[in-house]
Write a protein that binds this ligand. Structure first.
Ligand code: NAD
Length: 248
């Protein structure tokens, strides 16, 4: 059990990548706080963990709201007494070409994807300064390569990638490690529209050396590794789990 006795928060844990990571953490012995705006989904993930013999609670918050983020931390400490791991996974995507990009939508994606990482990491790190910890942020291939209509999402994910390095520098003295995972093309609700289009899907698959979409469960390995003491000298870095997409 690589995360025995650790307490982990996983945001966006109701479905997709977050759910797979939450289940992976619990199977390695962590007590998991499953956080999402969607309470029923978060509860379902927590119930599955408990049914498998693990420990989990579900907490409903919007990660882009400071007071709600503090509630998430308070619930975690109230329930489990400490916090060791923060997985900043919650996120949204949308596509607007630049000339038609509504300002409110720009503000929304930056707030939910990027500001949330600042808010959650700051609040979590304040709990970790005594004993250390691990913060893991989910970036994207969009931090490296652009696609049409993607300015806001790309800015949020590239921001997360460099903010990871900046936070690693600020928190190193407290033994808090900060790293990033960049998923490639994973089979989740977020990518349903792309997978539904044969043309887009075929074009993408041609560029993925492993020749297929990734399953959310395939992110859990990197997420567990970075959360565990096996990664004790790793901070400020990004691991891409992308079937080789960025090699081409
Ligand atoms: N699926 C992919 O191919 C892919 C690729 C690269 C990066 N990612 C990233 O992985 C993360 C998870 O994506 P996914 O594919 O599982 O998507 P998803 O849409 O299936 O799940 C995202 C979860 O985040 C939650 N969420 C959204 N806004 C929130 C908020 N304000 N507060 C709390 N929870 C909120 C949603 O309710 C949902 O449960 C995202 O950060 C996404 O950008 C996904």
């Amino acid at each position: 059990m690589r995360l025995q006795d650790k307490v982990a928060i996983v945001t966006g844990g109701a479905q997709g990548n977050g759910k797979a990571i939450a289940l992976g953490y619990a199977r390695e012995g962590a007590k998991v706080v499953v956080v999402d705006v969607k309470l029923p989904g978060a509860e379902e993930t927590a119930q599955q963990i408990v049914a498998e013999g693990g420990h989990a609670i579900a907490v409903q918050i919007d990660v882009s709201k400071r007071d709600q983020v503090q509630q998430m931390i308070d619930r975690t400490i109230g329930e489990y007494g400490k916090l060791d791991v923060l997985m900043n996974n919650a996120g949204i995507v949308h596509a607007y070409r630049l000339l038609e990009y509504p300002e409110e939508e720009w503000d929304r994606i930056i707030s939910v994807n990027l500001k949330s990482v600042f808010l959650c990491s700051q609040a979590a790190a304040r709990q970790m300064t005594e004993h250390g910890g691990s913060i893991i942020n989910i970036t994207s291939l969009a931090a490296e390569v652009a696609t049409p209509g993607n300015a806001g999402y790309a800015a949020s994910k590239a921001g997360i990638k460099l903010m990871t390095k900046a936070m690693a520098i600020d928190l190193g003295r407290y033994k808090v490690r900060v790293n990033c995972i960049g998923p490639g093309h994973m089979v989740t609700q977020m990518t349903e529209v792309f997978r539904a289009s044969e043309t887009i899907s075929a074009r993408l698959l041609q560029r993925i050396p492993l020749g297929r979409w990734g399953q959310p469960e395939e992110l859990a390995g990197a997420a567990i590794f970075l959360a565990s003491d096996e990664a004790s000298f790793i901070t400020g870095t990004t691991i891409y789990v992308d079937g080789g997409f960025l090699s081409w």
